[in-house]
Design a protein around this ligand. Structure first.
Ligand code: 4NP
Length: 155
């Protein structure tokens, strides 16, 4: 059975689609499933933001086929690991958890690089274009750590 990882942000068009594409590129496809979702509903069915598509493509990662969807309580049972991009995503997802086992699956993604520091992946949506490069580089670095851990634990 595959190990399933869900990446979560607010809109599911900027950060979590990148996190999904980057982590998936570092894991064997037959053993791991990586998906993403947003806590908000604005971008259900939408492709990722053009700027996320572009920075991914520059790094040989294709994310343009992805479709936005909203995080749902069923995701707590369907996924083994839930990584959120920032502290507000964490609050929003934890508020939907129905028990400790569900809450325990939710981790702030950059805590894998900076344990217990609760650092946000900044939302690049309203910022400068190089915000997407910065976010890409952060996610690439943390996904390398996550992929290594997952492979050690589940392969
Ligand atoms: P994301 O960025 O959470 O990284 O996908 C956002 C994209 C859109 C919106 C908010 C955040 N929005 O409000 O539409």
């Amino acid at each position: 059975m595959s190990t399933k990882i869900l990446m979560v942000c607010l809109g599911n068009i900027c950060r979590s689609p990148l996190a999904e594409g980057i982590l998936a590129s570092k894991l064997p496809k037959d053993k791991f499933i990586v998906d993403s979702a947003g806590t908000g509903s604005w971008h259900i069915g939408h492709a990722p933001d053009e700027r996320s598509i572009a920075v991914a493509k520059k790094n040989q990662i294709q994310i343009s086929h992805q479709k936005g969807r909203q995080f749902s309580t069923t995701d707590f049972d369907n996924f083994d690991y839930i990584y959120v991009m920032d502290n507000s995503n964490y609050t929003n997802v934890i508020a939907l958890a129905q028990n400790q086992q569900q809450s325990d699956k939710v981790k702030l993604i950059l805590n894998e690089l900076f344990p217990d520091e609760n650092v946000d992946v900044p939302d690049p949506y309203f910022g400068l274009t190089n915000g997407f490069e910065i976010v890409y580089n952060m996610l690439d670095e943390v996904c390398a750590v996550i992929a290594k851990k997952l492979v050690e634990k589940h392969l």
